[in-house]
Design a protein around this ligand. Structure first.
Ligand code: SF4
Length: 226
């Protein structure tokens, strides 16, 4: 898809309109999710906008139990959607990587446990576009993301312009099953060895790979991005 084919959305465009456009434009649209606050809200909006496709989660083997429980609560709440877990049942000693690779080389660990499994899934199913929950105010590295990133596999980011306050208000208003970790300061949750609670004044993703010079897992940035 070329940039010229993207509607003239503005920052005020309702995310529902962005999702409705994506659903109509891209049969086969799929939604990867890690079930963070943004992901939970995108799921709810997507159902309201008519999305009835798959929600794809990669089990790295290092997820918090609360994350897996949130996935299961969402699957029960939205029977219209089909939840897929790639590498279901993964665990630290499964031999996919050395159990402590996350400490020695987190880029290699993310590549093996998260990026490559999802890339393999996408290669097998070849969706034309992905619905993604990133928003600009999550981190300075995401400050410029548009509603639509054209390319061979289009990324549609309906929440690009929503602030954390707006997301939290939406979750409250709709009584969404946000992970309890969020309310303990884990504003962005990845794997347990690589996530800490956020401190006052930090951005939402500051607790991810803190102190390791790493800010993204590689799904949405870097050479192997989706
Ligand atoms: S977040 Fe940490 S444990 Fe999870 S895949 Fe990446 S490096 Fe490994």
């Amino acid at each position: 898809m070329s940039a010229a084919a993207v509607p003239a959305f503005t920052p005020e465009t309702d995310p529902l309109d962005v999702i409705r456009w994506a659903v109509a434009e891209f049969p086969g649209l799929r939604m990867p999710s890690a079930f963070n606050l943004n992901g939970v809200i995108l799921l709810d909006l997507a159902v309201r906008a008519g999305y009835r496709g798959k929600v794809v989660f990669v089990d790295t083997g290092f997820h918090f139990p609360e994350t897996l429980a949130t996935r299961d609560r969402l699957a029960a709440r939205y029977p219209e959607l089909s939840f897929v877990t790639v590498n279901a049942g993964a665990h630290p000693d499964d031999g996919l990587t050395a159990p402590d690779l996350y400490a020695a080389d987190p880029d290699a660990c993310c590549a093996a446990r998260k990026v490559q499994p999802l890339q393999a899934y996408l290669k097998a199913h070849n969706p034309p576009a992905l619905l993604n929950a990133r928003s600009r105010d999550q981190a300075s590295t995401r400050a410029d993301i548009p509603f639509v990133e054209p390319g061979a596999r289009v990324k549609v980011n309906p929440l690009a312009h929503w602030t954390r306050e707006r997301l939290e208000a939406y979750a409250r208003e709709h009584d969404l099953p946000v992970s309890p970790l969020y309310f303990s300061g884990f504003l962005s949750v990845g794997c347990w060895p690589c996530t800490r609670a956020v401190r006052p004044g930090e951005d939402a993703r500051a607790g991810r790979w803190a102190g390791r010079g790493k800010t993204e897992c590689g799904l949405w940035a870097g050479e192997a991005r989706l």
